[in-house]
Design a protein around this ligand. Structure first.
Ligand code: SF4
Length: 64
């Protein structure tokens, strides 16, 4: 059974970026729509830690 999508989708800047980029859409499939609990952005938000705008779900920073 599939997990529900990430509850942070609406407020997540990275989710928006994934939605508009074909090359980054894979993140959405791997994290936002499935295993979001291991997303670094999600984890940090839960702990009340700052979340850099360009932080990827795996903890790396997206290069501009
Ligand atoms: S990037 Fe992480 S916090 Fe943002 S919507 Fe996807 S799983 Fe949720």
């Amino acid at each position: 059974m599939a997990d529900p999508p990430c509850p942070h989708m609406k407020s997540c800047e990275m989710y928006e970026i994934f939605t508009f980029s074909e090359t980054l859409a894979v993140w959405k499939t791997r994290y936002c729509q499935s295993d979001y609990s291991r997303c670094e952005r999600y984890q940090r938000a839960l702990k009340g830690q700052p979340v850099p705008v360009n932080l990827l779900p795996n903890g790396h920073l997206l290069e501009k």
